[in-house]
Structures are given as structure tokens and as C-alpha cells.
Design a protein around this ligand. Structure first.
Ligand code: MLT
Ligand code: ZN
Length: 445
């Protein structure tokens, strides 16, 4: 007999080989061996898990599809991984209410497809959208290219079902955007990385599907000019639905070692811009845009059909996986700086002399600075480089994570660099919502 014997409505995995994949997510961190991995199939399993976790003093670590980038779902000392990939529930679209309900286990690609089946649109699009689970995107408040126009996952959440420390599942929110009955506890859970409770399902807001796309591949003559463009576009009244970039260093890496389509990439630096408003495929729209883009461009490709559009996006979508395959021990950051300070940021990064390549979401200032040689760098030096990077972002009015979250990977830096009052408030909330400290211990705070 042990702490997990006879757990109802659940599969319990304990053999080392089967638990091995649960030690990692898609970040550079590795967890410690858990006591077990449990796949709950109903509320009785969760109720009992919470009861036993409190009685026996072990922690519970939530896991969706394991595609996180900050070690939020990897096990820490004396924990049980709660794998929610088989959590039951139905995916339901309500076109009248412009919303969709789904369990945490639903894959984001199925959520987006279900909305599309009704000509509706669920905007969040993290790079892992084809393999990540909805629950993980809620727990980490996932971003993606579309956040530039549509905001992060939290902007789309109307209500949340969550396991709390009493062992029961509670609902917060209603299926309407208007809900002002007191502070929004559902939103407190979004992006909390499972430290206050576990998200088991949600109702999210939808929009009518965009029908037109203007997608451009913009190679630029001068990298420095590209850094001015996000602010210039906004000031001129344009709001792209995505504005992605590749800096000269990542372009060199892609050209030298990337797949066939990456080897031909032009420009000193490169951007992908997409607009999705009505009329964006008109000649007048394009002419106005070209007035702004023309002077910077070193050739410009405008997708004329969906095949070309997908071709432009393909290289961007594979960049993260390509770099990871070539540099398995790389560290990928996701700092943010305000659009108006991008030039200052890259000048500062050059002064810091941190060997890195950058790509990501230029339109909202969310930059994936990748330290490709992290695995070969002396740990104290690597820590120093990361702290310098975070300090630079903070000094410019930004933050150390725009979309991946804190998890374990950035916990020390988050604690060291945040306003102590901020950490204090988070710890008080943790104490109030999880007094026994069973939910995702050792993460965030
Ligand atoms: C992306 O936008 O490609 C991912 O969020 C970045 C990453 O893998 O670090
Ligand atoms: Zn990203």
C-alpha cells in the first residue's frame, strides 16, 4: 500500500521508463523524478488526490501536452504529475453566444477547427498550436503572433472550471463578456501556472472569422530600419494581425543550416507582416502600406493566395524547432520591450555582448532572444548573461516574459528582479488559495 493505491477514476504510472517523458517540457530545464504520474478521468480522482496530497505532504504538478517553455509542468521534489490529457469533456460551440466550451485536454488545433466549422475564430496561436492542449494555454496565458492585434489567451476567456484546494471543481465566470460581479477570480487563474489551482476547462470568446488576409514577406536593407517599423505602422493607423521578425544573426543561421526554403531567405533582416481586416486585399490598402514599407524593402513578396501565404509562414513556424534541433541545450527567452524602444534594446544587447540570435513577435515587442551556446557556457556566466538581458528589458519598461511564463526556468530571476511587494502579494494569494502548498510547488514564487 502507498499514497496512490486504489485511487478511483485514474490510471497511475510508476515505472521509470514510462515516467521519463514527464520530466521535461520544451524548455531547457529538467524536473526530478516524480512519485508517480496520474491520469485522472473524473472528479473523484481529483478529490482523492487532493485529500491524499494534503495528508501525505506531496505536491501535485499539472500537465497538459507538455509543450510549455518555462518548466511549469515538470515535477519538483516529492510531487505527483497530474496528466490532464485524458480529462473528459465535450467541445461545444455556441454561435449565438459567440463562445466555445472545452475541457483542458482539448488540443488547441481542435478548438480552433471547431470554431472555424462555424466560420468563427479563436485567435490565440502559440507556435505549438498544433500540439498544445487548451488547458496549458490557459494556465500559461499563451501568446503567439496574433497577440499583436488580438491580445493574449486571457483576453478570450469568459469562464473557467478549476480544481481548488477543497478538492472540488468550481466555475468562475459566465458565457458573456459582461460580467462585473466583483473581482474576476477566473482571470486570476489564467496565467497562474497552476499554483492556485488546476484549470480543467473553460468557455472562451470567439469572433467572426476574418475572410481576407494580406500577408507580406519583407526583407529589409537595414536591420535598424526594421526596428522603427512597428511604431511607424501604429502611428500611421495600421494594426497588423501579426508582425514577426528575424534578426541578421538568426537569418545567417537559417541560411547556412536551415531547411531548403530557409536557405533562400533575402535581406539583412526579415519580417513577416499580416493584416486581416476587411478590405486589406484591396489595391488602395496595399498602396498605402507600400508607401511605408517600400523605402525599407529589399524586395517584397505579397502572398497572392493561401498556398503562398502558408509558404511565407512555414519558415517562421519551423524556426523554434530548427534551432532546438541544432542547439539542443540552447536557452530561448521571451522578453518584452515597448515597441517604441526596440532600437534601444538591440543597441543595449550589442553592448552587453551576449552571443545570441533573435526572432519573434516584433509587432508587440516580444522578442525570442536565443542563447544558442548556453549548453557550453559556464553556468555562472550564463546566469549573468540572462540577468543582464532581463535587466535591460526591465530598464526599458518591459518584462522578462511576454508569453512563456516563469515556471522553474525564470523563477530565480523573477524573484530577484520583481518589486518585493509584488512577490509578497502573490505569496499571500498563494497562502489563501493553497494553504497546504500542494499545487505546483516550486514554481513561479
Ligand atoms: C515561437 O514564437 O516560435 C516560440 O514562442 C518561441 C520559442 O520556441 O522560444
Ligand atoms: Zn513566441
Amino acid at each position: 500500500m502507498d499514497a496512490l493505491t486504489g485511487l478511483p477514476e485514474a490510471t497511475v504510472i510508476r515505472d521509470l521508463e514510462s515516467m521519463e517523458p514527464f520530466l521535461r517540457d520544451e524548455s531547457h530545464v529538467r524536473g526530478t523524478l516524480p512519485l508517480a504520474v496520474v491520469k485522472p478521468r473524473g472528479p473523484a480522482a481529483l478529490k482523492e488526490l487532493v485529500r491524499r496530497a494534503k495528508a501525505e505532504g506531496f505536491g501535485l504538478v499539472p500537465r497538459g501536452a507538455g509543450t510549455g517553455k518555462a518548466g511549469g509542468c515538470v515535477p519538483t521534489e516529492r510531487t505527483v504529475v497530474v496528466d490532464l490529457s485524458a480529462w473528459p469533456g465535450e467541445l461545444r460551440v455556441s454561435p449565438q453566444d459567440l463562445c466555445l466550451s472545452a475541457p483542458a485536454s482539448a488540443l488547441l488545433r481542435d478548438v480552433k477547427a471547431a470554431a472555424e466549422g462555424h466560420r468563427l475564430f479563436y485567435p490565440p496561436d502559440p507556435n505549438s498550436w498544433e500540439s498544445c492542449a487548451l488547458g496549458g494555454t490557459l494556465a500559461t496565458n499563451a501568446g503567439g503572433p496574433n497577440a499583436c492585434k488580438y491580445g493574449m489567451t486571457r483576453h478570450w476567456v469568459l469562464s473557467v472550471d478549476a480544481l481548488l484546494e477543497d478538492g472540488a471543481v468550481h466555475s468562475f465566470g459566465i458565457s458573456s463578456v459582461k460580467n462585473n460581479a466583483g473581482p474576476n477570480l477566473g482571470q486570476l487563474l489564467i496565467g497562474s501556472e497552476g499554483i492556485f489551482g488546476f484549470i480543467l476547462g473553460a468557455t472562451v470568446r470567439l469572433l467572426p472569422q476574418p475572410r481576407e488576409f494580406c500577408t507580406l514577406l519583407l526583407p529589409v536593407k537595414r536591420w535598424a530600419d526594421l526596428l522603427e517599423l512597428p511604431g511607424q505602422l501604429c502611428a500611421a493607423g495600421y494594426l497588423p494581425s501579426a508582425f514577426e521578425f528575424f534578426d541578421p544573426a538568426v537569418l545567417a543561421e537559417l541560411r547556412a543550416h536551415g531547411p531548403e526554403e530557409a536557405r533562400r531567405l533575402p535581406g539583412e533582416a526579415l519580417a513577416i507582416l499580416e493584416f486581416d481586416e476587411r478590405g486589406c486585399t484591396s489595391e488602395a490598402f496595399l498602396a498605402g502600406l507600400l508607401d511605408l514599407l517600400g523605402p525599407l524593402a529589399d524586395g517584397l513578396e505579397v502572398a497572392s493566395d493561401e498556398r503562398q501565404r502558408q509558404g511565407i509562414w512555414a519558415v517562421r513556424r519551423l524556426t523554434s524547432a530548427f534551432l532546438k534541433e541544432r542547439h539542443p541545450r540552447k536557452v530561448s527567452e521571451d522578453i518584452v520591450v515597448p515597441r517604441s524602444r526596440l532600437g534601444e534594446f538591440f543597441a543595449g544587447l550589442e553592448r552587453l555582448d551576449i552571443p545570441s540570435v533573435s526572432y519573434g513577435h516584433l509587432g508587440d515587442g516580444n522578442l525570442h532572444v536565443n542563447l544558442l551556446a548556453a549548453g557550453e557556457t559556464e553556468p555562472a556566466l550564463l546566469d549573468q548573461q540572462l540577468m543582464d538581458l532581463f535587466r535591460l528589458a526591465l530598464r526599458l519598461g518591459g518584462t522578462l516574459s511576454g508569453e512563456h511564463g516563469i515556471g522553474i526556468a525564470k523563477r530565480d530571476a523573477f524573484l530577484a528582479l520583481s518589486d518585493p511587494a509584488h512577490i509578497q502579494v502573490l505569496r499571500r494569494l498563494k497562502q489563501a488559495l493553497d494553504p497546504c502548498g500542494i499545487f505546483n510547488p516550486g514554481k513561479v514564487i
